[in-house]
Design a protein around this ligand. Structure first.
Ligand code: SF4
Length: 97
């Protein structure tokens, strides 16, 4: 069973599908930010964007709901929230409902 409440979550963005609408940046600007290419990237606790394809960052505890909502509502279906322990997707296009 997925225990979203206690597991450390990580998030990554598939930029190939990003529409650049900015929903995620609005929801969680500490975690998502646009680069100069107009696409959303994840951001580490150091404030640096992770530009490598598939790069993941830890989801800060206080932003879990915002990041999960971003993944659920992302129009490009390109935000993947995964459980750090086993990589299972808990929100995003590959998550089970
Ligand atoms: S919500 Fe999805 S499609 Fe929109 S900017 Fe963020 S990652 Fe890109």
């Amino acid at each position: 069973m997925t225990d979203v409440a206690t597991d450390q979550l990580q998030v990554w963005v598939d930029q190939d599908l990003c529409t650049g609408d900015g929903l995620c940046v609005q929801y969680a600007p500490e975690v998502f930010e646009f680069d100069v290419d107009g696409l959303a990237y994840v951001k580490g606790p150091d404030g640096e964007l992770r530009l490598a394809p598939g790069a993941r960052v830890d989801v800060p505890e206080h932003l879990r709901l915002e990041v999960i909502d971003s993944a659920k509502e992302c129009p490009g279906e390109c935000i993947h929230v995964v459980r750090g322990s086993d990589g299972v997707e808990v929100a995003g296009p590959e998550a089970e409902d």
